[in-house]
Write a protein that binds this ligand. Structure first.
Ligand SMILES: *[C@@H]1O[C@H](CO)[C@@H](O)[C@H](O)[C@H]1NC(C)=O
Ligand SMILES: *[C@@H]1O[C@H](CO)[C@@H](O)[C@H](O)[C@H]1NC(C)=O
Ligand SMILES: CC(=O)N[C@H]1CO[C@H](CO)[C@@H](O)[C@@H]1O
Length: 378
């Protein structure tokens, strides 16, 4: 498998203005906008699921300014995380209002939003034993899960820049099992669809979003079509990464294809809802992993969300103002932390191929993950 240099038929749309041809729907493995043309979601994660239940960074910069930073880095979308207490706990109505205001500010800046049901009890996520991992865990009551999701969906019905809802982040822990997954995910997907019919319904698998292999043999039964998307997460620190980087990349890419990458061949859109590295460049394994990730993501032309926007958290795991080395902004939230990183991912922010992109004559492109540059051969 050619990973470090991948070539594919490419249609360049880098210079088209960002417009939102909404609503979105699926067309085989692609997401398409109105008119049937492919829309590639290039999302930034913006978290709002900590104990404070507030979008990170609002103590540093106004939300509109942060939204403009996201746009200036070439993103067209935000994966916006929320904890269920935000919507089920009536004493928190003012926070829910701020949450809505952020979504609306993103909309004014032409940013699409995926509402990510991240966790039940607010706080840094995730561990196998945090009680938020799977249906039936201490803080993961299936009925509350549906109620919370339905309320959130209802709240955003009619808000056009909300394009997707992911039903649960990183399922995990000892209770994981296939039967409950189908039972509850089908119910949850129907609940979302009834409350907000225009959005993509995004399902995650097991083991911190690293395993959807069980889906190969058993499809979901849903009353609607054209909306179903799968989500997976891919970080270098989850892979065993010692050894020759090419071999390691081949091995982890094969794992990825077997556990969830195969979905694109089966005609389902696949969303890599989290990937990222220490953006200071200090982690050698992380840097190698990024080369691998970018090669695969270019080759498969996946859509994705970068972890993360935040460079500091109000509070994370008890630490106030914790520095997030995966964060894309500088410590004051007012400039890009690493412009060479943004340059490297920028080619992947535009679609390479897909329906409705036929205005430009197809041509081959060689993408170089280490620089993010493309060599165009006429
Ligand atoms: C509602 O939120 C408040 C403040 O975070 C918390 O003290 C309380 O326990 C929550 N109630 C429920 C029912 O979750
Ligand atoms: C940006 O990343 C590169 C490589 O990943 C690294 O060498 C460089 O020092 C980083 N720059 C900053 C400002 O962190
Ligand atoms: C780099 C990093 O800390 N990523 C975290 C992002 O959030 C998920 C949970 O949603 C964690 O599992 C990752 O470790």
């Amino acid at each position: 498998m050619a990973i470090f240099v991948s070539s594919s038929i490419l249609l360049l749309f880098l210079f088209f203005p960002i417009v939102m041809p909404l609503p979105l729907s699926t067309n085989s493995r692609w997401i398409a906008g109105e008119g049937g043309r492919r829309v590639k979601l290039a999302c930034m994660n913006w978290s709002s699921h900590s104990e404070l239940m507030l979008a990170e960074g609002l103590s540093k910069q106004p939300m509109d300014k942060i939204a403009k930073q996201i746009v200036s880095m070439g993103f067209n979308c935000v994966r916006y995380t929320w904890p269920v207490y935000l919507i089920t706990n009536d004493s928190l109505a003012s926070l829910t209002f701020i949450f809505q205001t952020v979504v609306s500010s993103l909309g004014k800046n032409n940013l699409m939003v995926i509402l990510d049901y991240h966790i039940s009890k607010p706080g840094w996520c995730c561990s196998n034993l945090d009680g938020n991992g799977f249906f039936g865990d201490k803080y993961f009551n299936p009925d509350q899960w549906i109620t919370g999701m339905t309320r959130m969906a209802t709240l955003f019905n009619g808000v056009t820049n909300v394009v997707g809802m992911s039903l649960r982040n990183e399922l995990r822990g000892p209770k994981q099992n296939v039967n409950d997954w189908y039972k509850y995910m089908q119910k949850g997907a129907e609940a979302v669809h009834s409350a907000i019919p225009d959005v993509l319904v995004i399902l995650s698998g097991f083991d911190f979003d690293r395993d959807l292999s069980f889906f190969k043999t058993q499809p979901v039964k849903l009353t609607f079509s054209g909306k179903l998307v799968f989500e997976a997460h891919w970080y270098g620190f989850s892979d065993g990464v010692t050894g020759n980087p090419n071999e390691v990349c081949g091995r982890v890419a094969t794992y990825m294809m077997n556990t969830y990458g195969y979905l694109v061949d089966q005609g389902y859109p696949l969303f890599v809802g989290e990937f990222g590295i220490d953006q200071t460049g200090a982690n050698v394994n992380g840097n190698r992993y990024l080369n691998c990730f970018l090669g695969v993501a270019a080759e498969l032309d996946l859509f994705w969300a970068l972890w993360t926007l935040a460079v500091s958290y109000y509070v994370r795991e008890g630490v106030v103002g914790l520095n997030e080395y995966y964060g894309a902004l500088d410590y004051n939230w007012c400039a890009h932390r690493n412009s060479s990183f943004i340059k490297r991912i920028s080619a992947l922010q535009a679609p390479f191929r897909g329906p409705g992109l036929s205005e430009v004559k197809p041509h081959k492109v060689i993408f170089h993950p280490l620089t993010g540059l493309c060599i165009t051969r006429k």
